[in-house]
Ligand binder design. Structure first.
Ligand code: TMP
Length: 393
């Protein structure tokens, strides 16, 4: 057997299942186990959760809710235009149009299986297919719109269970000299930061470049450049072309692959070591929360992210430890966190003068949050984060 389990993160709920009732009957849980494939170096969940349970018309995440994300998408669009000057763009996982809205003057098509989100972009004249990305859809779009110069997909390819099909579908829709840009959390950063919260139902895979490279070997596609990003706590923006296109392959590719090899990411022992770090992180997190609560600290959470669901459920952080969360996403407000049943309020009802500690569910937006919450910091308020190790900041 080539896939070996190295980490068990316990029973976990559907991260998007923000609850209307605090104590629902029949909440769905599954075993979140992580495996390493010795043949391909690919790290994935052991058991995939059926996509329809996760990506449906109740999908809560709205990418445009964060200033950081709005700004970075605008900048990226400008850079792509400068570097590749595409005449057409297809986005796989177009969410609320945060990326595509920056391309008003070229052919643009979105793919977004969550109908509530697809309705938003269809409503502003960005033609969007509310389907899952697969070969059937790729053929259909190809027939209607032809091929594309740019295929962009951020935080979506890692959600697709059948990667071979997903990549073949991109190959089919991409012009011969086209560019496929894929952006997903970096496994190297996850290992460096013990940010095990990147593992949750939607993230069927957390990619290393080593793993991606091996998967692409079975296709007519290859990596020609990589940029490291700070988004989502450390991601790779991977530039992919057809093998027959003569775009130059940047030195960045071998540089990052070597960095991963130096980290031992082609060895099972590295993942075993990471798993031990995760257990240590859990114990330390529980210790911090228990000590603070024993001293009657008032603790709330900031950003009821999907990622935080893994930490809360794995560490058993429920209403005994966290009074409530605040979140800017309207369709999370008034609901309860999956599995741990913590109320979610809107930020305006959030950090009042009695709060001493704020747990950073959205730790990847630390800079943006610290800027927003200067008053809390000035009056001595502290943040709790588990990254890169459990600490009070
Ligand atoms: P993400 O990490 O999956 O992008 O989700 C970020 C979540 O955190 C999203 O629900 C919005 C929320 N959030 C806040 O509540 N306040 C903030 O200042 C920021 C940046 C995010």
């Amino acid at each position: 057997m080539s896939k070996i389990k190295f980490l068990s993160l316990g029973k976990q709920p559907i991260t998007n299942n923000f609850l209307i009732e605090q104590n629902p009957i029949n909440e769905f849980f599954y075993d979140l186990n992580i495996v390493y494939d010795e043949n391909t170096n690919v790290v994935s969940l052991e058991n995939f959760v059926p996509p329809e349970r996760m990506f449906n018309e109740t999908y809560a995440h709205r990418a445009s809710m964060s200033i950081t994300m709005r700004e970075s998408n605008k900048l990226l669009s400008e850079n792509i235009t400068k570097r590749f000057n595409p005449k057409s763009v297809l986005e796989i996982g177009s969410n609320d149009g945060i990326f595509l809205k920056n391309f008003p003057n070229i052919k643009r098509v979105g793919v977004e299986p969550c109908k509530n989100l697809a309705d938003i972009t269809n409503g502003v004249n960005i033609e969007t297919y509310d389907n899952f990305w697969d070969l059937g859809l790729s053929k259909k779009i190809n027939k209607i719109h032809g091929k594309f110069d740019l295929v962009y997909s951020a935080n979506t390819i890692s959600h697709i269970h059948d990667l071979n099909d997903a990549l073949q579908s991109v190959n089919l829709i991409l012009n011969d000299d086209g560019v496929f840009i894929l952006e997903d959390p970096s496994l190297l950063e996850v290992i460096k930061n013990t940010s095990y919260d990147q593992f949750y139902d939607e993230h069927a895979y957390v990619f290393s470049v080593l793993g991606l490279n091996n998967l692409l070997e079975k296709t007519e596609l290859e990596i020609f450049d990589i940029e490291k990003l700070t988004t989502h706590g450390g991601s790779n923006r991977v530039f992919i072309k057809k093998v027959r296109s003569n775009k130059k392959i940047s030195d960045n590719v071998s540089k990052i692959i070597n960095e991963e090899l130096n980290m031992g990411m082609n060895k099972f022992e590295t993942y075993q070591k990471f798993a031990q770090n995760v257990i240590n992180s859990k114990n330390e997190t529980i210790k911090i929360f228990t000590e603070l609560r024993n001293n009657n600290a008032k603790i709330i959470g900031y950003g009821a992210t999907y990622k935080s669901s893994t930490i809360l459920n794995y560490c058993g952080l429920d209403t005994k430890f966290i009074d409530y969360f605040t979140d800017t996403t309207e369709n999370k407000q008034g609901k309860f966190t999956p599995g741990t049943h913590i109320p979610i309020l809107k930020p305006a009802d959030g950090i009042d003068s009695k709060i001493n500690y704020v747990f950073l569910g959205a730790w990847n937006f630390k800079k943006e949050i610290f800027n927003k919450e200067k008053k809390f910091i000035e009056r001595g308020g502290k943040f709790i984060s588990h990254v890169p190790f459990p600490q009070i900041i």
